[in-house]
Design a protein around this ligand. Sequence first.
Ligand code: NAD
Length: 506
Amino acid sequence: MDGAVEMVDTDSAIDWKAMAEKVTPDARPLVHGQRIDVGGGTFDLLSPRDGSLLSAVPACGEAEVNDAVAYARAEQRLGDWPRRSPRGRGEVLAAWADAIEAERVELALLISLETGKPIRDAVGIDLRGVVRAVRWYAALADKLHGDHPDVGGDDVALVSREPVGVVGILTPWNFPLALLGYDVAPALMLGNSVVVKPSEQAPLSVLRCCELAVQAGLPRDALSVVPGLGRVAGQAIGRHPDIDSVAVTGSAATGRAVIRASGESNGKRVWPELGGKSAAVVFKDVRDIGEAARAVAWGAYFNQGEMCTGCSRLLVEREVYAEFMDALGTEIDKLRVGDPLDWETSVGALTTEHQLRDAQLATEEAVAGGGRVLRGGESVAAVAGGRYFAPTLLADAPESSRVFTEEVFAPVAAARPFDDVDEALRVAFSSGYGMGVSVWTSSMDTAFRVTRAVKAGIAWVNCFEGDDLTVPVGGVGRSGYGRTKGTAVLDKYSDVKTTWVRLGDR
Ligand code: NAD
């Protein structure tokens, strides 16, 4: 996620709480271009903001997934989407981006209510992210071309890209629309049909956003959304014999479950984009401690720490450890935990009850092992009925403690001092996650020593979360191997075909 927030000036003047009172979300699945009523059960979607009921969400099962996949396959066999010119597909995506932008206020409100994230970030990060992603892939649509290698003699070789067919996309809740855009836009741009299973915690914004695509001119069977539970609807997608490719963005355990489901069904390709435990490594020759502290505070606490690339594991060279921790504490003091619908709030509610409990538990475990709480460490009663945890900074957390080795997915960061590069490298990558690392030094030698040694998908030097649609994002090891953004996604959603022609005598 790009840290810079740009918004329309008037957004800060909107009475978001008054709007929230009137919101009537539609949680019904989107199949065959319409919202459909389904039998079976529902599950309650409660807002992390205050525990209020947002909607009873239909829990789709195998039947609804089968229907959505059958329509998606029919579009591939008989429909016009895979056969439409790339420019034509790009025009539809561009119209979708315009429609999302026109409804950005309503969509941002849904995101904030579903996830508990500050409305300012829902507008400035999620909405901006999805609009930019859809526009970027819309513009790319007619700029891709195959290859025509010279193979000599009387032979002609053509290498072309074709849609894989039916794509399943399992989305998480932490950036419901930005992450939707990073996968759905390129999959559609390449001519595939897509079936989305949104997170249990954030189905409303995804449903409405995808409905806008159909309203903007996308053929009705090119995109369906089936809300439901991961172990039911998600598994039905993982196991479906007629889905060709699945992108799953979620926890490491979920990624493995989907890979298993693929192996036990049709061996569809699975693209796991999973969790992380990224480290920030601050050397004593850091060029500006204040600058590093600001970036690390953002990396650890932005989006309540609910970010796969978040840097919640801090390694600081002993000579500057105390000074860096002071500077970080100063940055934390500037954060404002509060009602997500207050424009000035910078840390909103935690999305799930489990995270709130785990943030507390993991903090207590670290303290029991000798860690010191420098800031936070407890829940906050920001809004009655809501789930809020203070931005927490732990010093000297044991190397083996969960705050140091596992994704807590809450605003909890842990720090340890180190004495040399080898020690920093050993500790920084002991968790098996390989999402990112952020290195702070004025020595290019040190920077490259670290970035060349690490097994991670992204290495930042003297910055955190430098980001652009042109560069791929993803991890290695426990963080999966799927990629989003840029042209790296093309391999997820297209097959390369070779056509070889031997010319005969005239
Ligand atoms: P999650 O793993 O609980 O769920 C992700 C999606 O998978 C949801 O739609 C869920 O319903 C579905 N699912 C869950 N169990 C399933 C199963 N057994 N079979 C099939 N589908 C199943 O993740 P979450 O809590 O929604 O999101 C947070 C996680 O996502 C964190 O671990 C975070 O690091 C990760 N994440 C990774 C990236 C990335 O790009 N690598 C980006 C954002 C979030």
